[in-house]
Write a protein that binds this ligand. Structure first.
Ligand SMILES: Cc1cc2nc3c(=O)[nH]c(=O)nc-3n(C[C@H](O)[C@H](O)[C@H](O)COP(=O)(O)O)c2cc1C
Length: 144
């Protein structure tokens, strides 16, 4: 199992419909390739984790990088992992309400120029997101 994490900046003027379209095609493609993960959108930033077979994840990432609904796509972390973080979601969406998570996403963008990014803090970030999603299974996309 392989996991990949990146962040990017959304194009200006991204609206709810854009995000719905992104998630719709993500869920469609990811389910056919057995890819799971989570997409975060906060403060015009995307952070996404993708997990699955290495080749499938990398193929999808190549497509994502070329998508003009965002820019400055920056790989944060990639690794072999024992198990999935988001086994139940072909692409979960999470809008962070929690101040620590919001701050973390902001920091990720600020620190993107630095090469020393801590894998531990990224994984604890996703563990927190997963916990929130698990407690809120009815979560629906209503606003961005
Ligand atoms: C922030 C963001 C996240 C995306 N996540 C995925 C994803 O997880 N899986 C996916 O197939 N496409 C994702 N897409 C959409 C792809 O970039 C692409 O539009 C989609 O795979 C359809 O490509 P195709 O028409 O060449 O098949 C994402 C796009 C953006 C902007």
């Amino acid at each position: 199992m392989y996991q990949l994490n990146y962040h990017s900046k959304s194009k200006s003027g991204l609206v709810l419909k854009d995000l719905e379209n992104i998630l719709e095609s993500a869920i469609f493609t990811n389910s056919s390739r057995d890819i799971t993960g989570c997409l975060i959108f906060h403060n015009k930033n995307f952070v996404q984790i993708l997990e699955g077979k290495k080749k499938d994840v990398q193929d999808v990432y190549e497509k994502i990088k070329m998508d003009n609904r965002h820019s400055d796509v920056t790989l944060l972390w990639e690794n072999k992992v024992d198990k999935r973080y988001f086994p139940e979601w072909n692409m979960a969406y999470h809008k962070p309400e929690n101040e620590n998570l919001k701050q973390y996403v902001n920091n990720l963008m600020l620190l993107s120029a630095l090469s020393d990014r801590s894998t531990g803090s990224l994984l604890s970030f996703w563990a927190t997101v997963r916990k929130i999603l698990n407690n809120d299974k009815k979560h629906q996309l209503k606003e961005i």
